[in-house]
Write a protein of this length. Sequence first.
Length: 426
Amino acid sequence: MIKAPRGTRDLLPPDTALWNHVEATVRDVFRAYNFQEIRTPIFEDTALFARGVGEETDIVSKEMYTWEDRGRAESDKGQSLTLRPENTAGTVRAYIEHKLWDRGLNKLYYIGPQFRRERPQKGRYRQFYQIGAEVIGPTASGSESPARDAEVLEMLATLLDRLGITNWTLELNSVGTPADRVKFNEALRAALDPVKEKMCTDCQRRAVTNPLRVFDCKVPEDQPIIETLPRITQFLGEDSRQHFEAVQTILRSVGVDFHINDRLVRGLDYYTRTAFEFTHGALGAQNAILGGGRYDGLSEALGGPAAPGIGFAIGEDRLVMSLQERTPAESVLRKPDVYIAPMATMNAEGARLARELRRQNLIVELGDEAFRLKKSFEAASKAGAKYILIVGENEVKAEAFALKNLSSGEQVQVPRAELAQRIKEG
Ligand code: AMP
């Protein structure tokens, strides 16, 4: 038997109802902040991710699905393509390619699948879904303002609250500017040098290639050493410090709780200032629901104009997981309002009636004239329909139908013209 590939999964009803509920809520909340949707390709030129995510990251160095294209046209041949592992690089590419600044488009969001070849476990998949948003714009358009950082964080708090996710924690940090980090990296290397031998092999490598990433280490034995290392917050320049202060002041003013986590880092040059993560207790080891931060240098790194920006990506799989505890999928699933049971030779009449009722926005499950009445009743309750409507020759002639409430057992005769209203009234 052929199964879904490792690390991928089928999302089935009724769970898909919960996914749709999440996405509808997201669209509704983001609209209030004037974000508009962008859809970028699922695969891109590999170079985009090498430059836009960073060659030394785990994502690019080990987790991408990359292949060489084999088109006939010279232009296709040998082009290296990659399934997108994230959507910020694609969004910024589109921003540059279509000069979106000319159209005043500076707040974009996306919802869609991403691909990373990670070791699958609970909450970690090879095809997973992200909901993300980016504020990006020319320097002096306000996109560099701490007001944008705070607005994005407040929007996320609003979204989680609206979804009924309560026990989240916002972890906040500033990673300064690349200039701030030069001094920090020096200090970090100096501090790591005498101790790195005692650390895990990943940390030994990071100590040389990208010392900031040492803070990502989850190995318990390394933690006491990491606790003694210098922190980025001690190296922030005056501008970065003020920016960080301003973000916090606005968050306090709007009443969004946060927790400063000076271990939270993003290791690439174009990441600047604000870095954040929302975690949720119930998720276990993979407890980050979303992550994000400022990337003032990304557009330039991708060959575009200076365009400061801030964004985030929510792991939709994990968001749905943290929701499932209190919002079972059944609670957002709309079951059929009515099951239409055509008697013998009544399929055509049944179809006509179903069409009428569906046009009135009712959910209609249509049976078949071949079913005996008993089978129709069984099918109606299996489908979870509220009513069953019997369509026989006499009913059609009389223009009035027997409508039976399947939970109370109450049955009434309803004129054809009043059916929809009667069913809606429940
Ligand atoms: P990142 O793009 O790595 O900052 O991830 C942003 C969010 O996407 C994380 O906080 C997770 O919720 C989610 N995420 C990342 N990788 C995976 C994965 N392999 N499976 C499920 N969710 C993921």
